[in-house]
Design a protein around this ligand. Sequence first.
Ligand code: KG4
Ligand code: ZN
Length: 356
Amino acid sequence: MTIILAIETSCDETSAAVVENGQTIRSNVVASQIDIHRRYGGVFPEVASRQHILTITTVIQDAMVQARTQWNDLDAVAVTHGPGLAGSLLVGVNAAKGIALALNRPLIGVNHLEGHMVSNWLITDGPVPTPKFPALCLIVSGGHTELVLVHDHLAYEVLGRTLDDAAGEVFDKVARLLGLGYPGGPAVEQAAERGKPDAFDLPRARLRGTLDFSFSGLKTAVLRLVQRYTDKVQAPADALNSQPPCTNRGLPLPLLSMPIADLAASFQQAVVDVLVEKTCQAAEEHDAAEILLAGGVSANSLLRHQMTARARRPVRAPPLFLCTDNAAMTGAAAYYRFMAGQRDGMDLDVIPGLRL
Ligand code: KG4
Ligand code: ZN
């Protein structure tokens, strides 16, 4: 049996987990910083890094206690070393190095995107998941939108990626435009429940002949619509980066007459259409055995439902609590690296732009 302590601090969640054989979650503690970043309308990198420093020790101790695991029972210490925010990654990497050194156990650096993909192998309350290769994985998070052909564990081929904003990033930006707050994805999804997905005809960038994505045109189209309802027209950059002034009920002042639910539903449908079409196209072109969803945006229920309804291949997605950032996925990915003989030294560095 291989038991790995995994640490994940790439963005705004401080997380530690103990994972057995890459599949069984003994513990998975996630300390979210959402309430702290909400007041800034997005992740404030320096605040995130300081908050990781404050919570990391307690989170790791909790993970060990909840897992009922002794330090000496650990076979390796794994950590996400990229991609992500440099100052945040550094906290996790330094903590992992300290523990690996003290216990004299191997240190294993893991790619955050690989963690998201491998979350599909973690056991939750159903049967043991056994995704078939080659699998076509759509990774949709706050920083990434990638289509990856997974030939086998550790054998990835990136088929396409976003040329501009990531899917989660555009959810967050549109939420800000609509005055829906942070984090944007769940807020837009909730607002969309009351709206009509065909209320506004929004653009879908299909980028024919490629498996790449582009969401900046859609974002700008929503901005233009929002400006129709605002009193004064702001410069696009200002509108995207500032919070609209609020009433004492928290509603954005100049936007009270705006059909927020219809805009949210039409926007969400446009994003989902493109994600589903491109993923199905890639799965057919590469004859994938199944489709995997991963990353924070894969928690979106319209995406999950429409992918399942429209794909001609089986579709698998992690349970909601494993879609957003957590260390269990890091521990799962680390297991395959450990078995393949990867051992990192004390010179393991953070790589904010690390690619698959
Ligand atoms: O994977 P993740 O937790 O962190 C990164 O690696 O970036 O993804 C966070 C992103 C955020 O942009 C958030 O708005 C989005 O995932 N997200 C959602 C939903 N839940 C989280 N987007 C759409 N619908 C959701 N239900
Ligand atoms: Zn993530």
